[in-house]
Design a protein around this ligand. Structure first.
Ligand SMILES: NC(=O)c1ccc[n+]([C@@H]2O[C@H](COP(=O)([O-])OP(=O)(O)OC[C@H]3O[C@@H](n4cnc5c(N)ncnc54)[C@H](O)[C@@H]3O)[C@@H](O)[C@H]2O)c1
Ligand SMILES: [Fe+2]
Length: 435
């Protein structure tokens, strides 16, 4: 059982947590309901954002038809960049500003949904690009008010971006990812249709499943909200508020579903039951981490993906090297969970049990080892690269990886224990190879 005192009052920390979620419709066939929903939100002229590959699939045809049937004037923008950059965000924002839209529909993975959030933001409240980007990298300015309605339709079983107030991009000049975080970025409605999983390449299912896994385990083992300083006002309570009783619910169920279905979903494209369950796990973990926050594996991933040299994974566009988000995260996770386990061993042990580890004979002292061993066995079963070495990094890169990740305070400060620059370098070193 999880430690019943994890959220015990601390006297100096916060005494409340918030729950913010998009409205969600889940089920096979619901993409055909996008038009009706758009009309309900008062949209008359929408931009439908997608990427080139998804835009050519039947899923896009279903959404276009649905918008047309509802009498909505819809213009397609399919120039979204997979693993978006500041430049690709700006291009989408320019398109949105010039188009004079009163609503946004995104159809795609996290790359598309995040780009749509940014386009909505910068076309509604124009500003220099770094204005709203997380401090200390950007200005961290609050978004001045509500955005236009955005209906997000995820087509990967991964990021959960359809219900988070987060948009992530690669700041190319810095060679690291960073993001914009605000409750105002959260889509008005998520339309989650498991039918989209039928066309997913195996490697995209695998990478995005590990993104889900790390969202759930990181949120479950994050610093409790009671140990974060109380905010000066309601609007200052961060979305990365730390583990809390609400996020625990989504994390537990997402981890259980991952333990039961992820290998099946990756290895058998015809296993619709497994792929549907992964879609639900992704949404649940998105609801959870959108209200708790991830920690070190995600913080460390931002320089892992930003410093990519020549990695070109199967199943992804091959026009430029990319390290898919889920791969850049999970490469760090076993190393991090070995390190963080002493801070809340019960939670690490629980997590490995939900993920399907055999806990017979295991005690809290083994928690970090048991959890990382379970994750490593799932990585092997789904042909995920062997740690940072498998993504093209070596000992000589640890300095640059550490420098890129150390400013990611939103994430690193949400870990259950303090992470110095020295320990961060050690975490990268221990993530170089797992088998
Ligand atoms: N905003 C958030 O809360 C959040 C959380 C986690 C990750 N992210 C970000 O999301 C991005 C990654 O998103 P992702 O993992 O969902 O993948 P993605 O959007 O990058 O897409 C991966 C590939 O799969 C293809 N694809 C997508 N759906 C498909 C389908 N149904 N059939 C066939 N091909 C399909 C795409 O065309 C692309 O080539 C990263 O930039 C990451 O940083 C955001
Ligand atoms: Fe993620």
């Amino acid at each position: 059982m999880a430690c019943c005192h994890y959220f015990a009052p601390t006297g100096t920390g916060d005494s409340a947590f918030s729950v913010d979620v998009s409205a969600i419709t889940f089920g096979p066939g619901v993409l055909a309901e996008v038009g009706d929903n758009a009309r309900g939100l008062g949209i008359s002229r929408a931009v439908l954002m997608t990427d080139k590959r998804v835009g050519a699939l039947e899923h896009a045809a279903v959404v276009k038809q649905s918008l047309g049937d509802a009498g909505i004037d819809a213009v397609v923008y399919d120039e979204v960049c997979v693993e978006p950059t500041d430049e690709s965000f700006k291009r989408a924002a320019r398109f949105a500003k010039e188009g004079g839209f009163d609503g946004f529909v995104s159809l795609g993975g996290g790359s598309v949904i995040d780009t749509c959030k940014a386009a909505n933001l910068y076309s509604t409240y124009p500003a220099d690009f770094l204005t709203y980007v997380n401090a200390p990298i950007g200005g961290g300015a609050p978004i001045p008010g509500p955005l236009k309605p955005h209906i997000a339709c995820p087509t990967t079983s991964g990021t959960g971006s359809e219900c988070t107030g987060i948009a992530i991009f690669d700041l190319t000049a810095m060679h690291a990812k960073t993001g914009i975080v605000s409750r105002n970025l959260r889509p008005a409605r998520a339309i989650v249709d498991p039918n989209v999983t039928r066309t997913l390449p195996r490697n995209v299912v695998a990478a995005s499943a590990f993104d889900v896994l790390s969202h759930a385990v990181e949120s479950y083992t994050a610093r409790p909200f009671t140990k974060r300083a109380a905010p000066g006002g309601a609007s200052l309570r961060p979305q990365s508020q730390g583990a809390n009783p609400w996020s625990d619910i989504g994390c537990r169920e997402a981890m259980r579903l991952l333990g039961a279905y992820m290998v099946r979903a990756v290895t058998d494209a015809d296993d619709f039951e497994a792929r549907s369950q992964m879609m639900w796990a992704a949404t649940l973990a998105g609801i959870a981490f959108g209200n708790a926050g991830c920690h070190a594996p995600h913080g460390m991933s931002y320089s892992v993906s930003g410093l990519v040299r020549d990695f070109k994974p199967e199943g992804y566009p091959d026009d430029r090297p990319i390290i898919p988000h889920g791969m850049s995260v999970i490469a760090n996770s076993p190393s991090v969970f070995r390190f963080t386990a002493p801070a809340c061993p019960d939670r690490h042990l629980d997590a490995s049990g939900y993920l399907g580890a055999d806990l017979r004979g295991a005690g809290v002292d083994d928690a970090g080892e048991v959890l990382s061993a379970r994750i490593i066995s799932l990585m092997k079963a789904t042909d995920i690269p062997n740690g940072l070495g498998g993504l093209g990094y070596g000992e000589e890169d640890i300095g640059a990886l550490t420098e890129g990740a150390f400013p990611q305070r939103r994430l690193l400060d949400n870990a259950p224990l303090d992470i110095s620059k020295e320990s961060l370098a050690g975490l990268y070193k221990d993530a170089l190879a797992y088998w």
